[in-house]
Design a protein around this ligand. Sequence first.
Ligand code: PRX
Length: 700
Amino acid sequence: MIPNCLPQGEVYHASEELGKEAHVPSFQKYKELYLKSVDNPEEFWGDIAKEFYWKSKHRGQFLDYNFDVTKGKIYIKCMEGATTNICYNVLDRNVKERKHGDKIAFLWEGNEPGDEMKITYRELLLQVCKFANVLRSQGVKKGDCVSIYMPMIVELVVAMLACARIGAVHSIVFAGFSAESLCERITDSNCALLITADGFYRGDKLINLKLIADEALLKCKEKNLPVKKCIVIKHLCKEEVSWDRSSCSSQSPPTKRVCHSVQQEKLGEKVKKVCPKPQVPWNPDVDLCWHKLMQDASEECDPEWCDSEDPLFVLYTSGSTGKPKGVLHTVGGYLLYTAATFKYVFDYQPDDVYWCTADIGWITGHSYITYGPLANGATSVLFEGLPTYPDVSRLWEIVDKYKVTKFYTAPTAIRLLMKFGSEPVQKYRRKSLKILGTVGEPINPEAWLWYYNIVGEKRCPIVDTFWQTETGGHVMTPLPAATPMKPGSATFPFFGVVPAILNESGEELEGEAEGYLVFKQPWPGVMRTVYGNHQRFETTYFKKFPGYYVTGDGCKRDKDGYYWITGRIDDMLNVSGHLLSTAEVESALVEHSAVAEAAVVSHPHDVKGECLYCFVTLKDGQEYTEALEAGLRKQVREKIGPIATPDYIQNAPGLPKTRSGKIMRRVLRKIARNDKDLGDISTLADPTVIEQLFNSRCVL
Ligand code: PRX
């Protein structure tokens, strides 16, 4: 499956220099390790497991599973029976066994330039122990689920690791989600405790996080699933509390903080920054102050020893029915997999300064800001801000400031910055950069080449990492010093991963082929279930092609054996690297009192990759106006969040349907693109709607 000879043509190679120190210095070495990983997973993963602390050994098979629904219940178990604690492995082990206590874990860079702090492994451990005690004092026990809704601050990492330390299951909700989405996730995972912050800035926009959280809690109460306690950290209003992050320990470097202000007021000749503060309503029955609780908390906290197969976290991802799925990952396999992928894919070296620009609210942040880097004892940049604030050079300014060596971002950010040309990039030297990475969606060759030529100055290999919330870590990816790169291809499988391409009848295709991307066997980091709904797990991923995990992505294999992800082939779409389901947006639209029916399709977008094009049919007597259209956009933002804001909404007095009433989305996609080549429309009930829809297309 992995080719013997590599292509000679349009491929890009890493420098020989990089190969000298790399963990996997050649394609030959990659193949050797890959074969070992699939032929003898126990030995391969067992060697990786030896680097970590296990309180007791596993029993039975190292990786035990059933991937075939026709043979019974789907299950995956890695090192079942072994006991460990992931927080102990990423913190205590680094401080106590590896003597990394004084090493910087995170270089935090705030939204506002100059707002910064550092935290060492020892300080992070101390904060985590204290907060774990806080959670215990609030009655949180092993197996309880805790919701976290926070900005990109160090305390978000503290909160998640504190949960892991006491065996509680964290459920992080991206801080860009709406109150409705937060409530839905809190209630689905049955969380009795929420951790949030007063607010934060995204560029120059103040986000009143506590207000949104309160609205969500009210909705939970209405559903009779009240959240008992809400711990609130004062991030923007911090001067109102005596607690100071720089007082983590006496060895802390001084913390420099500047005003979070963004509105500027002219005062004579001088420009004075004004700092609007978030509104922080306080309900003494529910709300608890993070800082007060931390002041009183003990610094000693024994970890809870968990089974390797105990749940670690739930993270919600869009599902084709419209209701998000709680993807569940477990302790042991996730630790091994995020640690190994981080080490090999970014070729981690001890003096690296690594930076992943994702938000911890998504899986990329879970695996490649928190667990993978910390498991390796890495130093990472943790960035609160935006690539375009205060200007479009911000990322490169930070790269130079911290001498970042490994940089990981999303194609949508690359495409956005590309629009401003090379000058904002070239203002900074970027000499420290060694490896670049991308994640979240297919990267078009033009963006790949810009990233490679301009950002990396032809010196840095690019790892185009394909994976999913469900896979826990990278599954198809180049290894930087080993794999010759083709722009736009995620190349070959990571260790332990066995891909196949199937046709519609479920037959495996050999050689050059295009079809469904599936995996034939599990790897330690694959999800274990959908929280509270194992049947949905089996139906979504294993039913269509028994014996395989179905990714939902299309894939092509070229003549050289390279894999190219072609995008989703189900009812999902990928907007700026964020998965959304068309059903989710449609149900938000039809909840509007004026809407009778809605159909949403994906439309190409030069920065976001894809965007939402919505067709809405109004109820009788309703008039389509600009105000109504604005109301519909607002409705979607409120129901889901700003990431789901429709780019186009078209008034559709009728929708193309089959005689049995099924909406023909394939036809709507063509109408949105003004493509008159509609293919077979013989099953269409009323062909006249087509012309009507073409005539009233949105102006793009
Ligand atoms: O369609 C694929 C796309 O993102 C989907 C997974 O989204 P999510 O679970 O939100 O996780 C995103 C971060 C891992 C996939 O099914 N995708 C992700 N990475 C790539 C990609 N498509 C092509 N190339 C990639 N490198």
